[in-house]
Design a binder for this molecule. Sequence first.
Ligand code: FAD
Length: 462
Amino acid sequence: MDKFDAIVIGSGPGGYVCAIKLAQLGVNVACVEGNASLGGTCLNVGCIPSKALLNASHNYHNSIENFSKMGIEVERPSVNWSKMLSYKDTMIKDNTKGIEYLFKKNKITLINGWASFVDNNTISVNGKNFEADHFVIASGSEATSLNDIKFDEQVIVSSTGALELKKIPEKMIVIGAGVIGLEMGSIYSRLGTEITILEFYDKVLNGMDHDISKNFKSILQKQGFKFHLSSSVSNIAKEKKGVKVTYEERESNNLNELYADVVLVATGRKPFTENLKLENIGVKINPKGQIETDKNWRTTTKNIFAIGDVTPGPMLAHKAEEEGIAVAEIIAGQAGHVNFEVIPSVVYTDPEVASVGKTENELKEEGIDIKVGKFSFMGNGRAKTVFSNSGFVKVIADSNNDRILGAHIIGPAAGDLIHEICVAMEFGASTEDLARTCHAHPTFSEAVREAALACGVGAIHS
Ligand code: FAD
């Protein structure tokens, strides 16, 4: 029987990063992966393919909308969908091969197959047993459907099917105005699909700062999105051609029907623990199906850890990675830590949306005396040159000591700008620290500095 110091189950961002860190710390480690390709949801059917299609569709749309404004005259470009999908597949392959290379470089044993626990020191993969002192469960998540409606991944699709559609639909209904729904909707909207969003709550990106939700909805409406908020979907039925979605307006209880070629159900994801036979190790699962851990990611069975999407917390690749690193450090006898107050969240639409820390409403509900500094990209020269000045930066700080408690950005490169605030928050910086830091001109990041100034003496360019 093969024996290791630690075995990681799953090679998504949580699992593969944990395995690499363990190897770097001198731990004899193996990683088990059931899928033929490494990288988990993120690399195969999540972050990477969606960003590839967002990039391709953005360039297509930009060439139509903006090229001629800048004196670049091209004949109207057209979309070669199968080539666009091949580009996306190449990006997946390049990234997953990169993990294979990193595993070899770090001498990590890869075990192909689905792992199930025999006892708390043994797993079985393809009928063969493997032993370890420690296990890290990083088995991830899968898309949830609505009312037990089955995905056929052609007409009724999850995000996985939406990344593989045979042709660009004329009409698409997206159920769920969260990150995945709005990103996938953006891809197809830019390629000419009519997008209708059905959302249970009365706003988009529920949970994000209210100013962001409001502004983002109106930007997307200008891009052609149609919204039915406060709407509860009661049925999805396949038609001879396409699909019919029945929904109830929650305020009036009126029932309505919508027709489209494709419906994307983007209402959330659930932890994936199939195959693991957790009953053999007595690990505690909560009512949401997530594996419960203590603050050091130990499950109720002490030598077994769990990280990433299969555990509570935001379902984000970088959250899984941070936990993977911390657990590796703990297994190697070091102190591992993740600051959950400073986990950024990004929506890779155009403009991008990014957020870190608490929202204005959350802080007010906690009774914290806050001040808010806002700066519009209208006053940012660089944003004007790229025709993207409809958003803003909002920085929130404690009124008593000026410490930054959160930031919410909608605008060009928001997903990169947010990290300036993340670093500031990690160092316990004040808005004055940020405002007194010289920012290069002309950059989008000047808008962050201006928002910090707006928390105190006042912005210069507004
Ligand atoms: P996963 O990535 O799900 O990996 C789990 C792995 O474990 C899988 O490969 C699975 O095959 C394997 N596995 C499971 N059970 C077993 C077993 N018994 N034996 C062996 N192997 C097993 N997050 C972001 O931060 N940024 C984004 O831009 C982003 N975009 C997304 C877009 C889409 C369309 C989707 C669906 C998700 C997106 N996410 C994004 C979320 C991100 O993909 C997940 O948060 C992340 O992949 C979670 O990592 P993980 O390691 O916990 O699990």
